[in-house]
Design a binder for this molecule. Structure first.
Ligand SMILES: Cc1cc2nc3c(=O)[nH]c(=O)nc-3n(C[C@H](O)[C@H](O)[C@H](O)COP(=O)(O)O)c2cc1C
Length: 378
């Protein structure tokens, strides 16, 4: 690898460049894209709106934030998926979108409990959407006095997805065990910390990234949802954001654009893939979640569990990075999807999340569209 390439990895992967730039994020493109993380629900009086202000901070695929709330019924929320915020190529069935929706429900439930309310979640009140998501609600939530405060809630605002290289410090097995134990019943959490097993999983992770990069429809979807530079990030407030002085410079020079990232052979394409290799190589362990079947209810439960394990990782001071390509369902991934299951779930089941873990420098929170954007009927 040339010094030129290593330099890009250091800059893009070093974390600092992802930090919000004061004066640049609050630009004319829109409000601060990270404002939703500061005092969520402040100024709101309806407990449902406060709970929603937390729910929308959940981890979710490609940061699409597809959740739309109908608040017309007093004491209840009916939740829908916005079809314009889904991933038709890399997640045609909507499996990942529902995992993100499970995380949203779990955080909403925790916030309600903080407010002395029990949020009762009724998944798919009008039936399961199969084989694709449709216009029916993914959940109805009712609120009644009660609820038990969840100790994980104290770490809700510290949870992140970390797309930077991890330190070489090993992950203690007791911390990994506590993280796995945060999953809900019905979801099996596994982890690998020994070097031989990690080596196999790193290879699977990079193979997934490589297949996606060379599958034009999938690569196009991921690149068109990657926003480059503070202006575009603030203008969208969803998708994956890359920011910082080096990024702004490469973007201004036309070297780093969505179109260039998509195209094999360009500097941007090669750099992105090199970075993925480096990220996989710095994994200090992997964690995964498996459900016995792959029903819509299990997908939501896996998402609720992922929110919990990601939050427990934050409590342990550990960074997490979901790595979904090997779990995706498009034809070019089929062989790797099978192999991933042979390795991670030889006894059967559907692996729903595959996650890199390790210690890392802090990263800033990801943008959010904010409460007003997620309410369809007040
Ligand atoms: C089902 C699911 C799949 C995800 N897959 C990936 C992935 O393959 N690569 C990645 O970098 N992040 C992945 N993420 C993390 C999201 O991109 C991240 O949650 C989102 O950008 C918001 O950022 P935050 O978690 O820091 O709030 C995934 C998250 C979920 C819930």
């Amino acid at each position: 690898m040339s010094a030129h390439r290593r330099d890009f990895i250091r800059l893009v992967g070093g974390g600092a460049v992802f930090a919000a730039l004061p004066g640049l994020t609050a630009c004319e493109a829109g409000p601060d894209p990270r404002a939703a993380w500061t005092n969520p629900g402040a100024g709101e009086h309806d407990p449902r709106r406060i709970a929603l202000a937390y729910g929308l901070l959940a981890p979710n695929p490609h940061n699409m934030q597809p959740w739309m709330a109908d608040l017309r019924e007093a004491g209840a929320i009916t939740l829908y998926i916005d079809p314009s915020h889904t991933l038709p190529v890399t997640d045609a069935s909507g499996r990942q979108i529902l995992i993100g929706s499970g995380g949203f429900l779990e955080l909403l439930r925790m916030s309600a409990a903080e407010q002395g309310l029990e949020a009762k979640i009724i998944p798919f009140p009008e039936g399961d959407p199969e084989p694709r998501l449709d216009g029916r609600p993914f959940a109805r939530v009712t609120f009644a006095p009660g609820g038990t405060r969840d100790p994980l809630f104290a770490h809700a605002l510290a949870r992140r997805t970390s797309r930077i290289p991890f330190e070489t410090r090993p992950v203690p097995s007791d911390a990994a065990a506590r993280i796995a134990a945060a999953a809900l019943p019905g979801v099996r959490a596994g982890f690998a910390l020994d070097p031989a097993r990690i080596a196999v999983l790193k290879e699977i992770a990079y193979a997934g990234a490589n297949i996606e990069a060379h599958t034009p429809t999938a690569q196009h979807e991921s690149c068109r949802l990657t926003f480059i530079g503070a202006h575009d990030v603030a203008a969208h407030r969803y998708g994956v954001s890359i920011e910082g002085p080096a990024i702004e410079a490469a973007h201004a020079l036309g070297l780093l654009t969505q179109a260039k990232m998509e195209q094999p052979g360009t500097w941007a394409f090669n750099q992105s893939l090199d970075l993925m290799k480096h990220l996989a190589d710095t994994a200090q362990g992997f964690v995964w979640l498996t459900t016995p079947g792959n029903s819509r209810a299990e997908q939501l439960l896996a998402g609720r569990s992922y929110l919990r394990i990601n939050t427990q990782a934050a409590a342990e001071g550990l960074a997490m990075h979901p790595w979904s390509q090997p779990l995706q369902e498009y034809p070019t991934m089929a062989g790797l999807l099978r192999r991933t299951h042979q390795v991670l779930a030889p006894q059967g089941g559907r692996v729903q999340m595959f996650v890199r873990i390790g210690y890392a420098k802090p990263v800033p929170p990801a943008p959010r569209r904010g409460l007003a954007a997620q309410i369809r009927n007040a």
